[in-house]
Design a protein around this ligand. Structure first.
Ligand code: FAD
Ligand code: DHB
Length: 398
C-alpha cells in the first residue's frame, strides 16, 4: 500500500467497499489508470459482516475478473428458497421458474477478501486510512482530490471521480442542492442479525412472516448460520441475550425449521435500520455515484451488494468506451441506465419488506392483504415466476 499517491490518474475512486473494489478491477481490466482512497483500515473493510447472497450476475463478474476460484469452491448454490407464513411453508423453485437460475450464498467479507487479494497481486493502488477525503473541481475538466495520510496532506489530479463511499460518504454531498433529488422511505423497525457457528436449520433460506414479525434463516456455510429477526428501533443489542434470540427465532421460523435449529453462542450480533433511498441523477459534472452512495434498499431480498456490482459494471463499460473511442455517449447515459435497474430492485425490496414484516399501524385488513398475497404466491406459478425473476436478479444489459 503506497503511503503517497501518484500525482495524476485517469479515475479516482472514493471508497474501497464492494463498489469501489469491483470498479478498480474493472478499470484495471480496461487498462484505465485508477486509484482508490478509503477512510477505514483494510482489516475493518474486509471484516464487516454484511450481505450474504450473490446474484448470478455478480458471480459471473467475479469469474470474468479472475476472482471466481473460491466462490466456485466454497459458495453455496441455492436453486430455490422458502416463504413461511402461519407455520405453512412453501417452496419457490428458481431453477424451474426461471430456467437455470440460482443464487449463491457467499459472505460480503469473503468477496472483499477475494477483491483485496487480487488487488495486491495486480498492484492496484488502494490507499487505506485516508482521512478528510475531499473532491474538488467537479464542474471542470480537471477535478482533483485532497486527503490527509499519516505523512500529511496529499493530492491527486484526475479526469473523473467515482463516489463509491457508501451512504455516509462525502461524495453525494458534493452535488449542489437543486442538482439532484432524493426519494426516501424509512421503516419503523430494524433487523437484529446473529452469526453462530451452528449448522443452518434448512438447506436453503427461509423468509418467515409471523404475527410477532419477520424472521430470516440464512447461512454463511454448512456449519455457520446467519439468522435475523425484525426488532424495534428502540432495541439495543444488549437487550437480546442469545437465549432470548433463539426462543423468539424458533417461534417465528416455526414448524419443522424450529425443530431443526441448533442453538449455540453467537459471535456477532448487530441491529441495522431499514431504509429505501435513491439520490438521482447518479452523476454531476465529473462525479459519478455508485452503490450505496447513490441508493439504499432494505435488506429483504439481499439486493444491496448486487446493485453496487451492477452499477460499476455499467460505469466501467461507459468509461472503457470513452477512453477507447472518445465517445461520451456511455458516460452521459450512465445515470439513466443504472437507475432503470436500481428502481426495479428498490421496488422488489420494498415489496418483499411489506409482504413479510409486521408494521406497527397494521390493522386486520392489512394483515389479510399480506396473507392473500402470500397465498397467491403459493398457488400461482405466474406470481412465483415474478418473485423468482426478481430474487435471482434481473438481467444486466450492457
Ligand atoms: P459500502 O460497502 O458502504 O462501502 C463504502 C466504503 O466507503 C466503505 O469502505 C467506507 O469506509 C468508505 N468511505 C465512507 N466514507 C468515506 C470517505 N469520506 N472517504 C473515503 N472512504 C469512505 N446487503 C444485503 O444485500 N444483505 C445484507 O444482509 C446486508 N446487510 C447490511 C448490514 C449493514 C449494517 C449495512 C450497513 C449494509 C448491509 N447491506 C446488506 C448492504 C450492503 O452491504 C451494501 O449494499 C454494500 O456494502 C454496498 O457496497 P458499497 O461499496 O456501495 O458501499
Ligand atoms: C441475507 C441477507 C438478506 O437480506 C437476505 O434477504 C438474504 C440473506 C444474509 O445476510 O445472509
Amino acid at each position: 500500500m503506497a503511503a503517497a499517491a501518484r500525482a495524476r490518474v485517469q479515475v479516482a475512486i472514493i471508497g474501497a467497499g464492494p463498489a469501489g473494489m469491483f470498479l478498480a478491477h474493472l478499470l484495471h481490466e480496461a487498462r484505465i489508470d485508477a486509484i482508490v482512497l478509503e477512510l477505514r483500515s483494510r482489516e475493518h473493510v474486509v471484516s464487516r459482516v454484511r450481505a450474504g447472497v450473490l446474484e448470478q450476475t455478480t458471480v459471473a463478474l467475479m469469474h470474468r475478473l479472475g476472482l471466481g476460484a473460491r466462490v466456485a469452491r466454497e459458495g453455496l448454490v441455492h436453486g430455490g428458497t422458502t416463504l413461511a407464513v402461519n407455520d405453512a411453508p412453501f417452496h419457490v423453485d428458481f431453477d424451474e421458474l426461471v430456467r437455470g437460475a440460482a443464487i449463491t450464498v457467499y459472505g460480503q467479507s469473503e468477496v472483499m477478501k477475494d477483491l483485496n487479494q487480487a488487488a495486491d497481486e495486480r498492484h492496484l493502488e488502494v490507499i487505506y486510512e485516508a482521512a478528510d477525503v475531499q473532491p474538488h473541481g467537479l464542474d471542470t475538466d480537471a477535478p482533483w482530490i485532497t486527503w490527509v495520510s499519516r505523512q500529511g496532506p496529499q493530492r491527486v489530479d484526475c479526469e473523473f471521480i467515482v463516489g463509491c463511499d457508501g451512504f455516509h460518504g462525502v461524495s453525494r454531498g458534493c452535488i449542489p442542492p437543486g442538482e439532484s433529488r432524493v426519494f426516501e422511505r424509512t421503516y419503523p423497525f430494524g433487523w437484529l442479525g446473529v452469526l453462530a457457528e451452528v449448522p443452518p436449520c434448512n438447506h436453503e433460506l427461509v423468509y418467515a412472516n409471523h404475527e410477532h414479525g419477520f424472521a430470516l434463516a440464512s447461512m454463511r456455510s454448512a456449519t455457520r448460520s446467519r439468522y435475523y429477526l425484525q426488532c424495534s428501533l428502540q432495541d439495543r443489542v444488549e437487550d437480546w441475550s442469545d437465549e432470548a434470540f433463539w426462543d423468539e427465532f424458533a417461534v417465528r421460523i416455526g414448524g419443522s425449521f424450529a425443530r431443526r435449529i441448533t442453538r449455540g453462542a453467537s459471535f456477532e450480533k448487530s441491529i441495522a435500520p431499514l431504509r429505501s433511498f435513491v439520490s438521482a441523477p447518479m452523476r454531476w459534472g465529473r462525479l459519478f455515484l455508485a452503490g450505496d452512495a447513490a441508493h439504499i434498499v432494505p435488506p429483504t431480498g439481499a439486493k444491496g451488494l448486487n446493485l453496487a456490482a451492477a452499477d460499476v459494471m455499467v460505469l466501467a463499460d461507459a468509461l472503457r468506451r470513452y477512453y477507447a473511442t472518445g465517445s461520451a455517449a456511455g458516460i452521459d447515459g450512465y445515470s439513466d441506465r443504472a437507475l432503470a435497474r436500481v428502481w426495479k430492485a428498490e421496488r422488489f425490496s420494498w415489496w418483499l419488506t411489506h409482504l413479510t414484516h409486521r408494521f406497527p399501524q397494521m390493522d386486520g385488513f392489512d394483515r389479510q392483504m399480506q396473507l392473500a398475497e402470500l397465498e397467491y404466491l403459493r398457488s400461482s406459478r405466474a406470481a412465483r415466476s415474478s418473485f423468482a425473476e426478481n430474487y435471482v436478479g434481473l438481467p444486466l444489459e450492457l
